[in-house]
Design a protein around this ligand. Structure first.
Ligand code: NI
Length: 192
């Protein structure tokens, strides 16, 4: 068990493309240690996804854990603890929607980001099996956010309107989700 430090925006590793993980090394002690560290670190942080570069390991490994049920994003489809190695993402159609995203490497901030909402993912799982899945809605946004980390991108790179990048405590204090509704819609429809 090891809770690792999460590096923050400004650290060069977050802006360096991650290397593909050698498939033959999935299941090795080093791989299992990496997954365990990611799992422990994510559990400790209370987040829903963590990419290896965020603990300063520049390889294409991501873990996701979305508790299902009702929360501030609405009714969520649960994604149990799962590992994604060398994921390749394909956008299936042009449906788009925005969510307020946060990132453990950009603590304290929330930003409204519009992304494609129907995607397919090809990846290797934690057992080294090649898998293909599809995802929609908020789940699709989570995958895109996490896999962006492997391409040296952060969600703030996708902010279409800087007025929709705010501190989380201010968002709560001023009910910015409701206050910025019109702006969110403009951004989602591509007007801004
Ligand atoms: Ni992130």
């Amino acid at each position: 068990m090891a809770i690792r430090d999460i590096i923050r925006m400004g650290h060069p590793t977050l802006r360096t493309p991650a290397k593909p993980y050698p498939i033959e090394d999935i299941g090795s002690p080093q791989f299992n240690q990496l997954v365990e560290d990611l799992t422990d670190t994510l559990a400790d942080s209370g987040g829903i996804g963590l990419a290896a570069p965020q603990i300063n390991e520049p390889v294409q490994v991501v873990i996701v854990n979305i508790p299902g049920g009702e929360n501030r994003y609405g009714e969520l489809e649960a994604v149990p603890w799962s590992v994604y190695v060398n994921p390749v993402l394909t956008v299936l159609d042009d449906s788009r929607a925005g969510y307020w995203e946060g990132c453990l490497s950009v603590p304290g901030l929330r930003g409204f980001v519009v992304r494609p909402q129907k995607i397919a993912i090809d990846f290797y799982d934690g057992d080294g099996e090649a898998r293909s899945i599809t995802a929609e809605g908020f789940t699709a946004t989570v995958y895109q956010h996490e896999f962006d980390h492997l391409s040296a991108r952060l969600y703030v790179d996708h902010i279409q309107d800087p007025r929709l990048l705010v501190f989380e405590d201010q968002m709560i204090a001023h009910d910015l989700g409701a206050l910025t509704k019109d702006l969110q819609e403009e951004v989602t429809r591509g007007i801004r």
